[in-house]
Design a protein around this ligand. Structure first.
Ligand code: GAL
Length: 421
């Protein structure tokens, strides 16, 4: 079994993923908002969706590329109607879903919904198993653009099915395939983004691109029993919004950097900024690391309550441009001469990845404040002689020469774009 050691970048590999749902969406990591971290089931409503869409405009987020308003679990009633159709909960969607998607589309934004590969969603609402094509037709009729697909109450060796089934291993593809095929069947009428939320089971990063456009490789949730073993290479627990989650997920991202390309991205889970569990430095590192590893940037916070410092971070155009670079290649760690060895579970200081017009270098003060320097000749993709120009995204500092150096506070990050001149 492989372990989640911090991977050291061997070379800036030029991987191409086989993309099955090659329908023109998901060519860049998707950007948007999701209801789940905001107020779980209570946020799965038209009120939240429309208020968030308004904030996307008034806060300038739409202009920066934030696009998807995604409603998570609990949007339907607890049972299907007599024709087997899903019913939007009338208390949460008084005018139905289509009225909301129409309004969101008229604002130039997109709308996402949530489903599940089992017979119930994780929160116990109707799942999609056995109803895949009919449900996709319904999504298309409502104008839905994005479909997150969860992994609860799936076929299992245990009876009755538990919410989280761990056996047989290796089987999640079986229940993601019918939904992928249903989406393929409607591609002429609607181009859906298919987000696999199978919690990293069965090394989804190795096959996710042939099933969907993005895949969650981390498990969420307090409600899962037993909690996944942290030593199990196939999964880790979800972003709980605390610093330990950022360390755990950020560290693991280094090991799967090669599974990132236009049409298929590792989804490091929703951004947990604005919850007061992270201080400003930690929020900067969280956002910066998700950006350079080409994770989708999906805000998991209530935009009506966002602070100015969090707003500054999520509106950092330089970082967003790096995340949205057309190459779609994730950064990972590299070890300059004399640098300490990586410590498993801790954020390594030195990161780099290719951009279409340069290289991004991330410097993370993951374990101690101090001076962090980088000689550009040590950075994969920048070797050889020559001089360089650089710009730092959080401070706006610029420079020329062969190296750059920064004083970085504990848990803060600097992200520089370096170009050879
Ligand atoms: C979890 C998933 C979360 C959220 C939740 C809803 O399985 O990881 O992101 O969707 O279910 O019940």
């Amino acid at each position: 079994m492989k372990s989640w050691k911090v991977a050291l970048l061997p070379a800036l590999a030029n991987t191409r993923l086989t993309v099955a749902l090659d329908n023109g969406v998901g060519l860049k990591p998707h950007m948007g908002w999701s209801s789940w971290n905001v107020a779980q089931c209570n946020a799965a409503s038209a009120r939240y969706a429309l208020a968030t869409a308004d904030k996307f405009i008034s806060l300038g987020l739409k202009d920066l590329g934030y696009e998807y308003i995604n409603i998570d679990d609990c949007w339907s009633t607890k049972s299907r109607d007599s024709s087997g159709r899903l019913v939007p909960d009338p208390a949460k969607w008084p005018n139905g879903i289509k009225a909301v998607t129409d309004r969101i589309h008229s604002m130039g934004l997109k709308f996402g919904l949530y489903g599940c590969a089992g017979d119930k969603t994780c929160a116990g609402y109707p799942g999609n198993e056995g109803h895949e094509r009919g449900d996709v037709d319904q999504l298309v009729s409502w104008g839905v653009d994005f479909w997150k697909y969860d992994n609860c109450y799936t076929p299992c060796r245990q009876n009755p099915r538990p919410q989280t089934c761990t056996s047989p291993a290796g089987s999640t593809k079986t229940w993601y395939a019918p939904m992928r095929d249903a989406i393929l069947g409607v591609q002429n009428t609607k181009k859906l983004h298919f987000n696999l939320c199978n919690w990293g089971r069965d090394e989804v990063w190795t096959w996710g691109a042939s099933y969907g456009h993005s895949w969650r490789y981390v498990v969420i949730a307090h409600h899962q029993h037993p909690l996944p073993r942290l030593t199990d290479s196939r999964m880790s627990v979800d972003n709980w919004g605390d610093w330990a989650s950022v360390e755990r997920i950020g560290n693991a991202a280094a090991g799967i950097y090669q599974y990132s390309a236009p049409g298929g991205f590792n989804d490091l889970d929703m951004l947990y900024l604005g919850s007061s569990k992270l201080n400003t430095n930690q929020e900067k590192l969280h956002f910066g690391l998700w950006a350079i590893t080409k994770s989708p940037l999906v805000l998991g916070l209530d935009l009506e309550k966002i602070s100015n410092s969090t707003l500054d971070i999520i509106r950092n155009k330089g970082l967003i441009d790096i995340n949205q670079d057309s190459l779609g290649k994730a950064a990972t760690t590299f070890r300059p001469p004399g640098a300490p060895a990586p410590v498993n579970g801790k954020i390594y200081p030195y990161w780099a990845g290719p951009l279409s017009d340069g290289v991004v270098v991330g410097l993370c003060a993951g374990t101690s404040a101090g001076t962090y320097s980088v000689n550009f000749k040590d950075v994969p993709g920048l070797g050889g002689s020559g001089s360089y120009e650089w710009r730092e995204m959080y401070t706006g500092q610029t420079g020329k020469g062969t190296s750059a150096s920064f004083n970085i506070g504990l848990h803060d990050m600097r992200v520089i774009k370096v170009m050879k001149v």
